[in-house]
Design a protein around this ligand. Structure first.
Ligand SMILES: [Fe+2]
Length: 224
């Protein structure tokens, strides 16, 4: 997106009207509920949490709140398109939902770019503030103390991965942002939630270590 087009969609006259956001919400919620059986982790409970927190972080960092809120609503539709996929796999469905709700094409393309930018696997220190707000909300969901306890097994089932694969993914993706100080972009989020993030990362590193013990492996095979 060129600087001039970014300026155009950033203009307050071009932000997304509330009825369009409501239409996006209704469509995404209906899809999540229709496919709830296979969206055990990334279902409406996840999308609505990320939407609420992303809007809060967007208000805090001066982002376009309507753009961030709408991006949060469509950020994980790739899991409806293909199991265990990247955000880019959902681009077609994402743009189709936004067009159906009356979101202008330029704002829709901006949202699609924000979703790509915020992805945990590839995000970096210098992403845009809209992507930072979305990333902080999505990262917070991963770092919640309750997520490994009540939701991790749902991630395994939804995405068809093993516990070792999930542990390797979490540690592989989160270690560098955590070590280099951009796990959370918002100073308020970092202050409030860094202890949870540190504990969560330590837990998953311990899980990796435990899986190397053959007796633990036998235990997991026995309870599988
Ligand atoms: Fe997400």
């Amino acid at each position: 997106m060129s600087a001039s087009s970014t300026a155009a969609v950033s203009d307050t006259t071009a932000t997304i009207a509330r009825p369009a956001i409501t239409a996006v919400e209704r469509h995404v919620r209906a899809l999540c509920e229709r496919h709830a059986a296979r969206l055990q982790f990334h279902g409406w409970h996840h999308v609505s949490f990320v939407r609420d927190k992303a809007a809060e972080f967007a208000a805090g960092n001066g982002s376009d709140v309507a753009i961030v809120e709408t991006a949060a609503l469509v950020h994980d539709v790739n899991y409806l398109v293909r199991r265990n996929s990247t955000a880019a796999a959902g681009s077609g469905l994402r743009l189709s939902i936004l067009a159906g709700a009356g979101v202008a094409p330029e704002a829709a393309r901006w949202i699609d770019a924000i979703v790509d930018e915020a992805e945990m696997r590839t995000r970096h220190r210098d992403i845009t503030r809209e992507a930072q707000a979305l990333s902080d909300a999505d990262t917070l969901f991963k770092a919640l103390p309750v997520t490994p306890v009540v939701l991790a097994h749902r991630y395994l089932a939804e995405n068809g991965v093993s516990l070792r694969e999930l542990a390797n993914k979490i540690v592989g993706e989160q270690r560098d942002p955590h070590a280099e100080g951009y796990y959370f972009y918002s100073p308020a989020a970092a202050a409030a939630y860094s202890r949870w993030a540190t504990a969560n990362l330590e837990l998953w590193q311990c899980i990796q270590e435990s899986l190397d013990d053959p007796t633990v492996s036998r235990l997991l095979t026995a309870v599988a």
